[in-house]
Design a protein. Sequence first.
Length: 323
Amino acid sequence: MIAILTIGLAAGAASALMFASIISGAAISILLFYLAPLPLMVSALGWGPLAAAIGGVAAASVLGAIFGLPYSIAFAMMVALPGWWLGHLALLGRPIESPAAGNGVGQQQPAFEWFPVGRVLLWIAAFAVITTSGALLTLGTDTDTITSTLRRGLLRVLGAGEAQASGEVERLVDMLVIFAPLAATVIAMVTLTLNLWLAGKITQTSGRLNRPWPELRSTALPAMTLVALLVAAGLSFVGGMLALLAQLVTTALVIAYALVGFAVLHTLTLSLSNRGFWLGGIYAVVAMFGWPLVAIFALGIADAVFGLRQRYLQTRPPPLPAA
């Protein structure tokens, strides 16, 4: 228990410092800010969710005492709660009794069924929507207020007042007002996913990961997720706060299906001799240009509808001989 308490407090201190570094305004602080959940996730995966809970509560309390309650709430919602809950879900499993064990044959350890990676992705999407919605609600409680506040803030950042703004600047600001909440959802979704993956790799390398590494290329979302995506996309055009929330949900689910699309890509390229080159090139193109992510999203949707991975694995050619 002492080790869990020590690790939890150390992880909370590191996470709080990384989160608070954004105040400095240094460029490196942006990276540290987005990596703030990493120490708590490492403590959750390596020493259990209790360690992450201790660290999160301690860090939120200290930040609240120093910077005020809003800062504490922001840390709790954006860092502590996702770090604890996602670490808990990653370690969630139940034993599967084999027929041999039921017949008393041997003394083998029971196999475990772990919480599906696809459902973890849905929780990450939920956290991305919640944190972005919470940030927007600090600007106002209706779309007009939120839009006008965002507009004034962006004009201030661009160094132009509303009276002095040119037509070109106004068009740019209007476009940014529309896409800023969606971009915030994408960033929250991607950073939480990367943090959890990095935490898993760190704990696996250190030998502290209390579960086998999941087969990420088999990641799949529940069937009803596609229905939820279609409903959210339809509600995005009704107007008002409901439409804004639906747009955030749609964006988060699109990114979730894009991540599934990458898993499909990793499966469909299993038989390629230069697989690493092709995968690396695709990742580089997506990172550089962004828009090819639409094709990856379409691949994830196609797999959900037509079962591309299942069809491929059923007709998969024999593995290539080792070089």
